[in-house]
Design a protein around this ligand. Structure first.
Ligand code: SF4
Length: 396
């Protein structure tokens, strides 16, 4: 594995310098934007940045091309628009991924938002939170049409087999957690982290140690991670649209705000899959959604890419440019292609059936692995990639 720094996560108050300026991250509260907030973000992206906005795997928006002065200028206005926490500590720790259809989909558990509020309250009030890593995160999965079973944070609260459970990391032993007991359990876990100086809780050992020390009995958890998720297109409670390669510009975001005002309920829900849900948006909006992905069969849904060179300093190849050719080579609607600007693999840190990792000499093709895995297929140009794709598709 390459020696790549993975331990740091930018926030609005701690922005990151990238190849096209400073990256300004917005974490919408509970994944929701009002059309007014969306227009504010669009205007800020074009006036203070370079107009590009990435959607992240954590359902955040990353505005690009800012200067440090512009970010300082932006923070009080973002605060006024209720788009960030009051201070840097809280904003850094407020990493809550919630079911994007909470409060909209009747099959998503009715308490989902209450659990998210309980976690948020603990982040604000619990002083031990400061000892955790800024990557420490929470998943609130109310199940329903948009389950988050394949997302794992340090603390996962899930509606599972007719009850809420709390899971630490990827543990197979979980703790029943009704809403009344949730604050106490969260406090116990944060105290446990503080006591043992654990900045994160992703290892199986953490769960075993926590259960032993607190004498809480766990129960087994065996959730399929392949649960079907909401398809792209119209559904009874709204419209689910894909954002090509997770990249928006300020014009796109303004268009979505207008559509949500005209045909929906004036809100947008951001998902962790680089898509956006327009709640209660009618089918009449279809004609206005041409710049977006509205068909589940669109091949772009099966390609994930980071911005690459020149947008990111570490980018070794212009992934956003190359993707326009690669899209014609990739025909699998059953498998995901991950194109990574370097071995860090930000856009998809997990294993993928096929990954192209940019290097100074071209791309490395990795089968069933991560961007930083080794492979015999190295220094590939686009022509060689095409022929390897063809060979691979004949073999499958
Ligand atoms: S994976 Fe992409 S976004 Fe992440 S550091 Fe590398 S080039 Fe930059």
């Amino acid at each position: 594995m390459n020696n790549i720094r993975r331990g740091w996560c930018p926030s609005l108050f701690h922005p990151m310098k990238t190849g096209d300026g400073w990256l300004c991250r917005i974490k919408p509260f509970f994944a929701k934007l009002t059309s007014r907030q969306a227009r504010f973000i669009a205007r800020s992206a074009s006036d203070l940045g370079n107009g590009f906005i990435n959607l992240s795997q954590k359902a955040n928006l990353q505005l690009r091309g800012f200067t440090p002065e512009h970010i300082q200028q932006f923070i009080p206005f973002a605060n006024q628009e209720n788009l960030c926490s009051l201070n840097a500590l809280e904003e850094g720790k407020r990493n809550i991924l919630i079911s994007p259809l909470a409060g909209i989909d009747p099959s998503c558990h009715q308490d989902t938002i209450l659990y998210a509020q309980c976690v948020h309250h603990e982040i604000i009030e619990n002083e031990t939170i400061q000892f955790l890593s800024d990557k420490f995160s929470f998943v609130i999965d109310g199940d329903g049409l948009y389950p988050l079973t394949q997302h794992h944070a340090d603390i996962n609260l899930r509606f599972y087999h007719n009850q809420w459970i709390l899971q630490l990391g990827y543990a197979q032993q979980v703790i029943p957690c009704d809403l009344n007991h949730c604050p106490k359990l969260l406090k116990q876990i944060l105290e446990f982290c503080h006591h043992h100086n654990y900045p994160r809780l992703l290892h199986q050992d953490h769960t075993e140690q926590f259960l032993k020390e607190t004498s809480i009995s766990g129960q087994s958890y065996n959730h399929s991670t392949s649960s079907e998720r909401l398809s792209i297109g119209q559904f009874p409670q709204g419209y689910h649209i894909g954002i090509p390669f997770g990249l928006l510009n300020s014009h796109d975001l303004n268009v979505l705000a207008d559509i949500s005002d005209q045909y929906g309920n004036s809100t947008l829900q951001i998902t962790p899959d680089r898509s956006i849900i327009l709640p209660y948006c009618s089918a009449k909006a279809h004609g206005d959604l041409k710049s977006f992905i509205t068909d589940q069969n669109d091949i772009r849904l099966h390609i994930i890419s980071c911005p690459g060179k020149p947008y990111c300093f570490q980018g070794q190849q212009p992934t956003m440019h190359d993707i326009q050719k690669l899209i014609h080579f990739w025909h699998s609607k059953l498998q995901t292609l991950h194109i990574s600007g370097c071995a860090k693999g930000c856009a998809s840190p997990q294993k993928n059936p096929m990954t192209l990792c940019a290097t100074p000499k071209g791309y490395t093709l990795i089968l069933n692995g991560r961007a930083d895995d080794k492979s015999i297929y190295q220094d590939l140009d686009l022509t060689k990639i095409n022929s390897l794709f063809l060979t691979h598709s004949k073999m499958n």
